[in-house]
Design a protein around this ligand. Structure first.
Ligand SMILES: Nc1ncnc2c1ncn2[C@@H]1O[C@H](COP(=O)(O)OP(=O)(O)OP(=O)(O)O)[C@@H](O)[C@H]1O
Length: 760
């Protein structure tokens, strides 16, 4: 009886709040319409003003002032319209679900009841909060505290209150579909509902069900480098997107979405997460993949793609190559380059700048300029001064060219069109002036490629310089023969305008060290998802490239597809080496939310150094292992599995190790549903069946996953347990693994009750 009275009271409140939202929506819509008309009217007037007679000087001045004023009016009107439009969107969001939580807090005899939703809502008089934004300090109590004494931050210091009740709601428009009181962070029941639902094409926000351990990460504003080491499906991506929404809300004046950048694993992922921030009323941050970032900075050469390298590695990766790679991709490699550049007599390798085969500025000249500079200057300063001197030398060359016969001849033979473009409508007072001006322009045009080359730092022979650094010293633990062979490979790569992935970070760093460029001071926050896919050298370089950005790095050592081992072993010393002057905070997330208990147990058992992975209590069928004897049978079984799964699930993924296998199965798959072969160029998830190599499925999830050909032949290398774990942990509800011939011992050695084995 009491419970139903409570429910009635809550239902009545929701209806009242929903009615307020509706009223505000209507009023705001009216204001928005008026504002749009006003903007339009001002723009019309602005057009008229521009037509005012500008012949008389006085009129002209007046018109200029009027135009300025009109421009300001337009800007104001547009701003006003933007604010109203944002408000309308916020109200529309609240109308769908006004709030999801309630807390009752008491301070002494003062009692307060607060409702928490995705945005703030005031009552009609603008006096009382009907809904508190989830990011407000007091709302932290909802996510953080169990009942009893709790504290939350205020401008006057920590505020201590008694949390007397925590209530959760599921509300659709003005109807409560579920409501209960809880003492937990966020009750199991709501989470069960959310996690049991079907996969979606876009990631959803988790604002109503943020867990305590996630909340801490979201609200941390003090760390310079915040690292989240979390098991698959622990909500790392969800948490950082919520964190970004939190940071944008709290630093509204100092931080804009444009000052935030996120490194994401691929375009599919970027698109998959693109709706989370807008659903929380925030603009999206910039996203970039590692390959895009490297390619943009090394635009004159072709950069090896991580995915291409992964595919090649599957065919063969000798131990010696792995060892060399480890060194090239280490922080030691980067600091060694720094030491080379900081040597007292360091002089970079330069290259002649040629025009039609003729050297215009020579490396000897450049070296001489460098040597003349005071030894006390930094390398970057010396470089800039050399660059400036080269520009001056070029200017002198331009002046000298003006009087030369060849230039005068060219002037004489200018076509009418060339003359007009060169003179650009200028009038000259004398013939000599005309000859000089046009001659100078012609000379400037002639030497423009050299100017561009200086401007773009092409006089620095970065490739030779890099080779010099490599040849200087063979690192400890690497055989001199393989080091030399590797260095020769780098040289022949350069001849083909190609750079191997391992050389990209060192090469870029070397260039920046010498030129003093390459640093972006605008970005305030930088997020890296899947940090285990970055080598220490790449992380080192990214930190160098964005020196003021606070970093949030997320990863899972167990999803180490590319065998960088960045997140294996002792994390803190490695981080200290990477970020020696930063305040580092490391969080671990061990609860896995994505998959059923059966899938999580199976996936965790695959890992050799089994981390602590806590499965969420959501039961489902055990993973299935199907063994086939012939290729034809394997393909038939995959088709059959897809058909079966599609009777229950909407998004089924066939995950392979390589692109080639994905193409093979795509060619033979027979199902009565849309089938999409995903490639690096695919940007959107699809319903039906998606086929892709595992590296494209990073960070994604599907209702059901079929692991394609998990045979002993294919999964036998040291890193394969991690690949298989990544495949398995993409599945939310069902996992099938199909093998051609004997399945990998990674599976067969597991406890038999972890999966169900069938022979086809
Ligand atoms: N607090 C939460 N409330 C509701 N759902 C959650 C919560 N935390 C995580 N999830 C859900 O769990 C799934 C996995 O989350 P997410 O992709 O953020 O994890 P992840 O740690 O980045 O995973 P991975 O490393 O495996 O890619 C998503 O469906 C997400 O919505």
């Amino acid at each position: 009886m009491y419970a139903s009275k409570e429910r009635q009271a809550e239902e009545q409140r929701v209806r009242q709040v929903a009615a307020t939202i509706q009223r505000e929506l209507e009023q705001n819509q009216q204001k928005l319409t008026n504002a749009a008309q006003e903007t339009h009217q001002i723009e019309l007037n602005y057009g008229d003003t521009a037509k005012i007679n500008t012949l008389e000087v006085d009129d002209r001045m007046e018109t200029n002032a009027a135009v300025q004023q009109q421009k300001q009016l337009v800007a104001l009107a547009v701003e006003n319209q933007t604010i109203l439009a944002k408000r309308q969107q916020r109200l529309q969001r609240l109308a769908q679900s006004p709030y999801f939580g309630r807390i009752d807090i008491a301070e002494g005899t003062d009692q307060d009841t607060l409702y928490i939703g995705t945005a703030t809502l005031m009552d009609d008089q603008d006096e009382d909060f009907l809904v508190y934004d989830w990011r407000s300090p007091v709302a932290g109590v909802y996510y953080n505290g169990t009942l009893g004494p709790v504290t939350y931050p205020t401008p006057l210091g920590p505020q201590r209150v008694e949390l007397q009740r925590k209530r959760q709601f599921t509300i659709k428009a003005d109807r409560i579909t579920n409501m209960f009181d809880t003492d937990e962070t966020v009750g199991d029941e709501v989470l069960q509902g959310v996690l049991g639902a079907a996969a979606s094409l876009y990631m959803q926000n988790i604002v109503a069900t943020i867990q305590r351990e996630q909340n801490e990460i979201i609200r941390n504003t003090s760390a310079d480098v915040l690292v989240v080491q979390g098991v698959a499906g622990s909500g790392k991506t969800s948490t950082i997107l919520q964190r970004l929404a939190y940071l944008l809300y709290h630093s509204r004046k100092q931080l804009a979405a444009e000052q935030v950048i996120m490194f994401s694993p691929n375009h599919l992922f970027s698109n998959y997460i693109s709706q989370v921030l807008p659903s929380l009323g925030e603009k999206n941050m910039r996203q970039v993949t590692l390959h895009e970032f490297l390619e943009k900075r090394l635009w004159e050469v072709q950069v090896e793609h991580q995915f291409t390298r992964f595919e090649k590695d599957q065919r063969s990766l000798p131990a010696a190559t792995r060892k060399l790679r480890q060194y090239l991709e280490s922080t030691t490699m980067m600091t060694r380059l720094r030491a080379v550049v900081q040597q007292p007599n360091f002089c970079p390798r330069f290259t002649d700048l040629l025009l039609a085969g003729e050297p215009i500025l020579t490396q000897e000249q450049m070296q001489a300029l460098w040597q003349q500079l005071p030894a006390s200057l930094t390398v970057a300063d010396k470089y800039q001064q050399t660059k400036n001197k080269l520009i001056r030398l070029l200017q002198r060359r331009v002046r000298q060219a003006i009087g030369t016969d060849w230039l005068q001849e060219q002037l004489e033979s200018l076509s009418e069109l060339d003359y007009l473009s060169l003179s650009a409508g200028a009038t000259f007072t004398s013939d000599a002036e005309e000859r000089y001006t046009l001659g100078k322009k012609l000379a400037q045009q002639h030497f423009a490629p050299i100017y561009d080359a200086i401007y773009n730092d092409f006089f620095l022979d970065l490739e030779q310089q890099y080779l010099v650094c490599l040849r200087q010293e063979c690192p400890a633990g690497v055989s001199p023969v393989s080091w030399q062979a590797r260095t020769e490979t780098v040289a022949s790569n350069f001849e083909r305008h190609h750079v191997a992935l391992s050389d990209t970070a060192p090469l870029l760093y070397l260039r920046d060290l010498i030129t003093g460029g390459g640093q972006n001071h605008q970005i305030q926050y930088l997020f890296i998802d899947e940090m285990q896919d970055y080598s220490p050298a790449q992380l080192f370089y990214i930190h160098h490239a964005f020196p003021v950005a606070k970093l949030t790095l997320l990863g899972d050592g167990a999803q180490d597809l590319f065998a960088h081992e960045t997140l294996r072993g002792e994390l803190l010393p490695a981080l200290k080496q990477l970020f020696p002057h930063q305040k580092i905070k490391v969080y671990s997330l061990n609860n896995s939310y994505r998959s059923t208990q059966q899938i999580t147990h199976f996936a965790s058992a695959l890992l050799p150094d089994a981390p602590q992975i806590l499965a969420f209590n959501r039961p489902g069928p055990r993973p299935k292992l199907l063994v086939c004897q012939r290729l034809l049978e394997l393909n038939q079984q995959v088709s059959r599995a897809c058909r079966d799964l599609l009777t229950r699930e909407t998004m089924v993924a066939v995950l392979t190790k390589t692109q080639q296998e994905a193409e093979q199965i795509y060619a033979t798959l027979q199902v009565d549903a849309p089938v999409t072969l995903m490639t690096e160029q695919t940007h959107h998830l699809q319903t039906g069946v998606m086929i892709m190599p595992i590296y494209l499925a990073k960070g994604l999830e599907f209702d059901a996953v079929i692991g394609y050909n998990v045979s002993a032949d294919l999964f036998n290398a040291a890193n394969d347990a991690y690949i298989l774990y990544t495949i398995a942990s993409r599945a939310m509800h069902e996992l099938w693994l199909i093998s051609l011939g004997a399945p990998t011992p990674l599976i067969t050695q597991l406890a038999p009750d972890l999966y169900e084995r069938t022979n086809a």
